[in-house]
Design a protein around this ligand. Structure first.
Ligand SMILES: [Zn+2]
Length: 83
């Protein structure tokens, strides 16, 4: 798989069939000499691609909670644990 642009990267990161998305993310940061923080910022601002700090997968805006810095699926799980 060739990932040349951030658009390609965002697409691959949000693809459910990719299991090692964090590796893709880190690899892209390394190859393009961007810090991972910076890359995360660009992806979220420009490519509708948000990193969940809990399950370390990437989601689009609809599936991500800014407040928790987690995807809605992880938020759901946390809610259940509190009850
Ligand atoms: Zn998550």
């Amino acid at each position: 798989m060739d990932i040349d642009t951030l658009e390609d990267l965002a697409k691959e990161l949000k693809n459910d069939e990719n299991e090692n998305v964090i590796e893709l993310f880190e690899e892209y940061a390394k190859v393009h000499k961007i810090s991972e923080d910076k890359l995360e910022q660009i992806l979220s601002k420009e490519h509708d691609c948000f990193k969940c700090e809990s399950c370390h997968k990437f989601y689009c805006y609809d599936e991500y909670s800014f407040f928790d810095e987690k995807c809605i699926y992880c938020c759901d799980t946390d809610d259940e644990e509190e009850f």
